[in-house]
Write a protein that binds this ligand. Sequence first.
Ligand code: NAD
Length: 469
Amino acid sequence: MSTFTSLNPASGDTIASFPIMDERSVHTVVEDAREAGGWWAQLGYAERKARLLKWRTIIVSRMDELAELMHREGGKPLDDALLEITLTVEHIDWAAKHAARVLGRKAVSPGLLLSNHGASVRRVPYGVIGVIGPWNYPLFTPMGSIAYALAAGNAVVFKPSEFTPAVGQWITESFGEVVPERPVLQLITGFGDTGAALCASGVDKLAFTGSSTTGQKVMATCAQSLTPVLVECGGKDVMIVDHDADIEAAAQAAVWGGMANAGQTCIGTERVYAHAKVYDEVLGRISAIARDLSAGSGPDASYGPMTMPSQLDVIRRHVDDALTRGGTATVGGRESIKDPYVEPVVLSGVPEDSAAVQEETFGPVLIVNKVADIDEAIERANATPYGLAAAVFSRARGEEIVARLRCGMASINSVISFAGIPALPFGGVGASGFGRIHGEDGLREFARTQSVAKLRIPIPLVLTSFARP
Ligand code: NAD
């Protein structure tokens, strides 16, 4: 079998080699998973919870080792990797502790017509879940599917991004330490073709996280076998700053939301719409804060390199287009885009129909545009194909503004905070995909519903009711 290597994006050093798995080998893995899934399902909620909590303990005890690997393979600063691990273990914990309550059998009222029946809803694991993940949060993102699918009683076949297979391997191997009996969580490695083979392998559900373009391909492949899909894609997240907002808090949040992880965050802030009354102050503070950041791989760097070299072309095209069409750079500009580091860029007055406003940039580039009022801010916020998340800074109108936004998640007077609350479902609308990971919805995504009506008293109530309406 041919192989590929994963590289350190900052130094170009090789991390490790992995097989490029073909259709046949993916099929074999899925077959093994099917048998393992049956065994895992019959262990029951209590035993699965115990194993998952043990896994959590292992991850916490080896946090530094994992963070170092994430830093080397993905490029993010160690502190960011540690934060990602902390958020992830909260999800393992939540999924393990809540699966029985959310998915356990529930009695419902049979109603008047069939009152001689008992009625209940069962949630049954699907069997084998295929999980395809991206590289930007190589632990947190796929684990939003993996942990919840495992807690629901499924086996999982996981294909990490070709940019972060070593982190993927760490995930599956550490799980193997707490579940050594059967291959309940397995790794497959390779590029898009391996992912496509997983979609076509007969898995019972496919949970995809990645770009919208790949999401369309995943859906097309899964459509051939009517395999259900959960599709979490990109975003063009917005922040709205009202005239009564805490400007300093908003500016700090915008820069962190836009530049952390070098802007390579699906729920990263890419656009800020500031009310005309406070626009100059917002732009001034955002620019001043961003100017102090620097890209690099040392301990003092604010964020790391671009993990995926091809993203540099997208960033260059967006910045070029914005500046050519009348936008202004208050921080950085074309010269900020180097390989593999991109220094912070803040743009203002960018036309709404430009690529920089309409497409996902996925780099440390923040657009700050002026709006006359909140109605205009909402109209612009909702005018891209994406609808993942939003942040609103307003003392008086936060809830009201959020209710009018076309997005799956929102933070009021903070940014990205919803992602740190395990009970909150995570996902978007439009080109950002559909379905939800995390929380109760996230558990239900990985169990199919079975409705059961059981005759208790054999009286033909139905017939008499139909005869005399
Ligand atoms: P990508 O779409 O290029 O790749 C994602 C995964 O899909 C990889 O594992 C890749 O090998 C696989 N793949 C590629 N072609 C495939 C095919 N034809 N069939 C099946 N699988 C295939 O995305 P990426 O560059 O790894 O990640 C960045 C993107 O992910 C951004 O758009 C970002 O916004 C998005 N993202 C979304 C979320 C979310 O929760 N909504 C979270 C993180 C990242």
